[in-house]
Structures are given as structure tokens and as C-alpha cells.
Design a protein around this ligand. Structure first.
Ligand SMILES: Nc1ncnc2c1ncn2[C@@H]1O[C@H](COP(=O)(O)OP(=O)(O)O)[C@@H](O)[C@H]1O
Ligand SMILES: [Mg+2]
Length: 268
């Protein structure tokens, strides 16, 4: 097999995402689609008849109390779980029906960040980021260069050679974010990314996630961190609420569209 150069891949126009249809209201292509998805574990219902569409370039804050199904929903997007009933589609493809050997290809298009960072503690920050590119079979020099750029982008250049376990929590999560983003995925999934961080480190991580979204990644941020929910409200992000596995609310606050009295006066 020929090595794939991720620089020449264009995940946002290739698989799993069809080219976006630009319409008057924005990009109208559902990158992620859940259709009546149910998942149970024994008697426990993790997701209960959830239908949801996420369009290309959106940022969706996924919220709800602990045990409401947020993690299960995210895991379905990268094919770590399959629905018992219903369909999960990524770029128009049924994830539940993917062959096992197609799953790594899907995962190249999805970057994931977890609450507990999941770094290799006895490897350096740089090595942790390189891992994400090594599976693509690129030359080691290229892998190293790109990993360094990804770390630099998250203001971690001076920490590249430090063992992951010697980094602060905030730094570890930024390394995890660099690892998630280094392959330029079309989709970024963050599962309680600030859950183990203090307020200051959490704010930095949230700002970096928002920046990754601004650069084009369709982003799902599962959280019940009040700071993350405030950021969502301030920036007018869409907020989807789960409760006991059911989709309870799907709302967008659009502060940018709330008119100031001055502006209203100027209108005809
Ligand atoms: N692998 C599993 N085995 C058994 N129960 C599970 C498993 N994964 C999730 N659950 C249950 O499904 C429900 C939803 O869990 P989860 O998706 O982790 O919620 P959240 O991320 O919102 O806290 C919970 O009641 C949880 O206990
Ligand atoms: Mg969870």
C-alpha cells in the first residue's frame, strides 16, 4: 500500500464528507446524522430514540447530567459503539454497517479528546502527537515536523520533549488536542475535555477547541461544565441536551442576531 500523505488529503471534501452545498443559510450538508438511535446495556437505556443532524462546520455543545448518554452518542460517531436500533451516518455512510477494516479510515477523519487525556505517560509530548500520524506510514521526518507544528499551534513548543506525565493537566489536554488535530480531521469530538482541569486551564482548552472549530472542524463538545455552557451561550453555539438517553432540547442562542436598540432605530 502506498503511504498516504495527510497534507494532500482533503478530508473536508473527501470521504466521509461529501462536498458541502452552500445555501443561503450556510452549509446544508449533514456530516453526522442520527436517525431514531437506541442503545441499551441490559436494562439500562443509554440512548433512547435519538434523532439529530449536525451540519458541516457546526459546533454543537452536547449537555445533560451524568449518565444521560453523551459519551455513548460520541462513541457511536467513531464506531466504538453500534446502535441496537436506528442508523448513525457519517458523510452519508451508515457507520453501523461499516466493515471492520473500514473503521480505521473513518477514524482518520475524527479527532477525539477525552476527559482523562489518555496520553502515554512515559512518552514525550512530541511522541504522543507523532503516534497519531505514524499509523499513516509517513516518513518519520515528516511525522516529526507535523507533530511539532501541531504542538506549536497549541503553544507547547517548549514542552515537546517533556514526558507527558510531567506536564500539568492543562498541558496534557492541549497535547491530547494536538494529537486529535494533527491529522486535520473533519470532525472533532471532545468528551468532557475540561472535567479534570481547573478553571484557568479549562478556559484555555475551551478557547483552543473553539479555534479548531473556527478553522473548519465540525465539532461536538460534550460537557456539563458551566464555563463551557457559558461560552456556548456567548458565542451562539447550538446546544443539545440529553436526559436519560432522550434528546430533551435542541436550541441555538444567537446573541449576534439580537439587535441593539440603536440598530433597530436605524432600520426603515
Ligand atoms: N459499557 C457500558 N455498560 C453498561 N452500561 C453502560 C455502558 N456505557 C454506558 N452505560 C450506561 O448508559 C448510560 C449512559 O452513559 P453515558 O453515555 O456514559 O452517559 P454520560 O456520558 O452522559 O455520563 C448510563 O446509565 C451508563 O451507566
Ligand atoms: Mg460521559
Amino acid at each position: 500500500m502506498r503511504p498516504v500523505d495527510p497534507g494532500s488529503r482533503q478530508p473536508r471534501s473527501g470521504w466521509p464528507c461529501k462536498p458541502a452545498q452552500r445555501t443561503s443559510i450556510g452549509y446544508d450538508f449533514a456530516v453526522i446524522r442520527f436517525e431514531h438511535v437506541t442503545r441499551t446495556y441490559g436494562a439500562q437505556v443509554a440512548l433512547d430514540d435519538v434523532s439529530l443532524e449536525v451540519r458541516q462546520g457546526e459546533l454543537v455543545v452536547l449537555t445533560g447530567p451524568s449518565g444521560s448518554g453523551k459519551t455513548t452518542l460520541l462513541r457511536m460517531i467513531y464506531a466504538a459503539e453500534r446502535p441496537d436500533r436506528g442508523v448513525v451516518e457519517l458523510g452519508g455512510r451508515d457507520v453501523g454497517r461499516l466493515r471492520r477494516r473500514s473503521i480505521p479510515l473513518l477514524r482518520r477523519n475524527v479527532g477525539v479528546v477525552f476527559q482523562d487525556f489518555r496520553l502515554l505517560g512515559d512518552r514525550t509530548a512530541l511522541e504522543n502527537v507523532m503516534v497519531a500520524l505514524e499509523i499513516l506510514g509517513l516518513p518519520r521526518r515528516v511525522v516529526r515536523e507535523r507533530a511539532l507544528l501541531a504542538l506549536d499551534d497549541l503553544s507547547l513548543s517548549t514542552r515537546a520533549e517533556v514526558l507527558a506525565r510531567a506536564l500539568s493537566g492543562g498541558e496534557q489536554q492541549r497535547v491530547a488536542l494536538a494529537r486529535a488535530l494533527v491529522g486535520r480531521p473533519a470532525i472533532l469530538l471532545c468528551d468532557e475535555p475540561t472535567g479534570n482541569l481547573d478553571a484557568d486551564a479549562g478556559a484555555v482548552v475551551l478557547a483552543e477547541i473553539a479555534r479548531a472549530h473556527e478553522r473548519g472542524a465540525t465539532t461536538l463538545l460534550a460537557t456539563h461544565d458551566p464555563a463551557a455552557l457559558r461560552l456556548a451561550a456567548e458565542r451562539g453555539f447550538r446546544r443539545v441536551t440529553l436526559r436519560a438517553g432522550r434528546l430533551e432540547a435542541d436550541e441555538v442562542s444567537r446573541p449576534a442576531l439580537v439587535m441593539s436598540p440603536q440598530r433597530r432605530e436605524r432600520l426603515p
